[in-house]
Design a protein around this ligand. Structure first.
Ligand code: SF4
Ligand code: SF4
Length: 109
């Protein structure tokens, strides 16, 4: 089990949201890192991770079985929006969207 990181047995957010990123985040842009080949272009500036703009969504970079054991195959190069979506916010408060996706009531502080 992964008591310290619930994401490793979850993956719900990677199979729920449309994961949108800016052109500047792509590996073909200076300083960018997200693999262009795993994205789908939405407009001149916006891209999304393949698999997240269809129903049911599932990011192409997600490996494993949601709710069992998963990993992001581009973890070090994942989009900014993925980096910012975690079980807890930077101030220590629960991320309500994360807990809702998991069907868990957030802990009271
Ligand atoms: S951030 Fe929350 S919903 Fe996303 S994988 Fe981690 S525990 Fe699951
Ligand atoms: S890039 Fe990785 S963290 Fe982001 S949605 Fe896809 S699998 Fe999840």
């Amino acid at each position: 089990m992964s008591e310290g990181n619930p994401c490793l047995t979850c993956g719900a957010c990677c199979a729920h949201f449309r994961i949108v990123l800016h052109r500047e985040e792509l590996d073909v842009s200076p300083g960018g890192y997200v693999p262009l080949k795993l994205t789908h272009q939405l407009n001149e500036q916006a891209f999304c991770m393949q698999g997240t703009d269809v129903f049911p969504p599932r990011c192409i970079a997600l490996e494993g079985e949601v709710g069992q054991a998963v990993r992001c195959s581009i973890y070090a190069d994942r989009p900014q929006v993925c980096r910012e979506f975690n079980e807890y916010e930077l101030d220590g408060s629960p991320n309500p969207s994360c807990f809702k996706l998991r069907g868990i009531v957030p802990p009271q502080r």
